[in-house]
Design a protein around this ligand. Structure first.
Ligand code: 5GP
Ligand code: MG
Length: 178
């Protein structure tokens, strides 16, 4: 399946399932070595990171916990831009080593906001694990501890990422054909 049609758009295969899993295994091995004695709490950002988190956690062999949050956009009364609020985080993060698990870092705004919102929770340290990074699109300063795959600044779907809600179930990553 080299080309997929989702609604009105066509996408071409760019990163195979095997390539994705190999990259994730490498990241997990680094996490296993780096955070061995830290009892990390992995925080999976829904919806996009669900598939990455599932495969990542299968390669993580150190004692650790995993939880899930959802970011919801709302119009801040005082600000012009959209602000994202974190939902579902009920764990006590005090003194914890946290690893944020994200599908993709584009401009970095979402990740910067998320890290800022953890600021009041007395976290010991925050690491970021992202499946994908678009280096050319990055505008915000965010930690990039564990990046599985770097991609060009194109729109992609699959492996958790959607186009208008569809395509998250694809096992590989596909790029929009202009
Ligand atoms: P950022 O805040 O870093 O600019 O954007 C992060 C969010 O934008 C991601 O969590 C994701 O929802 C969305 N996003 C960025 N690039 C892509 C892409 O190429 N494809 C899809 N499906 N979503 C993207
Ligand atoms: Mg995301």
């Amino acid at each position: 399946m080299d080309i997929v049609q989702i609604k009105d758009k066509r996408f071409g295969l760019t990163i195979s399932e095997k390539e994705i899993l190999n990259a994730i295994e490498s990241v997990a091995q680094r996490i296993n070595a780096d955070l061995q004695d830290k009892n990390p709490l992995f925080i999976c950002v829904l919806n996009g990171a669900f598939m990455f988190a599932a495969d990542l956690m299968k390669f993580v062999t150190i004692p650790s916990e995993v939880t899930f949050v959802k970011l919801s956009s709302y119009e801040g009364l005082m600000s012009t831009g959209k602000v994202k609020e974190v939902f579902g985080l009920t764990e006590n993060l005090s003194g914890r080593t946290v690893v944020i698990v994200e599908d993709i870092i584009d401009t970095g705004k979402t990740m910067a906001n998320l890290i800022e919102s953890l600021g009041s929770k007395n976290v010991a340290e925050v690491y970021v694990a992202t499946l994908l990074l678009k280096p050319e699109a990055l505008e915000h300063t965010v930690p990039l501890d564990y990046v599985a795959i770097e991609i060009p600044n194109d729109f992609i779907v699959g492996y958790g990422l959607d186009y208008d809600g569809y395509g998250r179930n694809l096992r590989a990553i596909y790029t929009l054909i202009p």
